[in-house]
Design a protein around this ligand. Sequence first.
Ligand SMILES: *Cc1c(COP(=O)(O)O)cnc(C)c1O
Length: 395
Amino acid sequence: MKFKYQCSECGSTYDLDPELTTCPSCQKNQRDNEPLRGVLEVLAEGTLPPSPADRNVALLPVPLEFFPPVPRITGELWHPLRLCEEMKLPELFIMNDGSNPTGSFKDRASVLVSAYAQQCGINSIVLASTGNAGSSMAGIGAAAGQKIVLFLPETAPPAKMIQALQYGATVYKVAGNYDMAYDLSLEYSEIMGGMNRNTAWNPMTMEGKKTVSLEIFSQLGDKAPDRVIVPTGDGCILGGVYKGFKDLLQFGLIKKMPRITAVQAEGSNALYRAWKSGSFDDSPSSTIADSISVDIPRNGYTALRYLNEFQGEVITVSDEQIIQAQTHLSSGSGLFTEPAGAAAWAGLVKHRDKISAGETVVVLATGSGLKDTATAMKGIHVPEQSIHTIKDVRG
Ligand SMILES: *Cc1c(COP(=O)(O)O)cnc(C)c1O
């Protein structure tokens, strides 16, 4: 296989190069407070091996020998029988990324970024994160022996910061939101060098995230689902999901792009607004689902282009619906996912009447519920009093 970068905006192609992040000519049009211009995608050329496992490896632009020594990232499809019955969707599956090495979907991107840095002889990786990308890069980087510098909003859930520090990353707590952390981390890379892993800015992030689609396809027995429901903040997972299926289209393994339903929180719905109006505006966001709380979706232009090209859709759910969805999913299937992950389930519940019973539907559950227990407490009743004897038990 041969790999090139291709600009998602103008189509120019470039050789892979760690110095190259966005398309230099499209980046000239970058304005403040809008999504990234000139996001680069990886273009694969060549012939695919026939076996699914070899095929999924061959579609990665970095050879396996450079990969960090962690278990290969493979989320696993759940078939939640009780919920399938309740939702009247027999072919409903959940892709669980909560059991990845650091507990979130972000490991898919971090592993590829780590491998690419290793291949390029770069030992320091910098990034901004709402929490998961940072804890993920810190953990994967620890396995590889890379130095990780992380810019994290001070409001990030403590567990995610604790994870990053446990893994030995240098953490800067930012007195502001994720968008401010994003800009600070870019300034840091400019001064200090190293590889920047910011989402969409580093082409290996979207490329790493595409593995979810390749795995869904293999785990369904070389069959694409009809629909994938994707929790969305920056739109990098969304872009990655599309990119994976686009590779499968390109190599003739599927005939048709699945319908993609992006789900955003009502309080952080920049992509939804742009999908409705055709252009991005800048307005502050607020939701309990911290992993999808962004003012400016960095991969917004790429995500919107995909949604328009392949008739995707964006829907929104309230924080209340997210909290309910979290306990619904936990108690109905045994899968405890964090609020951002539960947003996709909330989207399925809200959108249920638009989905026909025969559809094969995959809902992404993108992170472990244990990453943010404070929010998860909102959906349950914690016993107020301790018991002293068996007589205190009332049934
Ligand atoms: C990052 C993240 C998302 C959203 O991904 P984007 O690429 O920002 O749209 C969803 N769920 C979890 C758990 C995440 O960490």
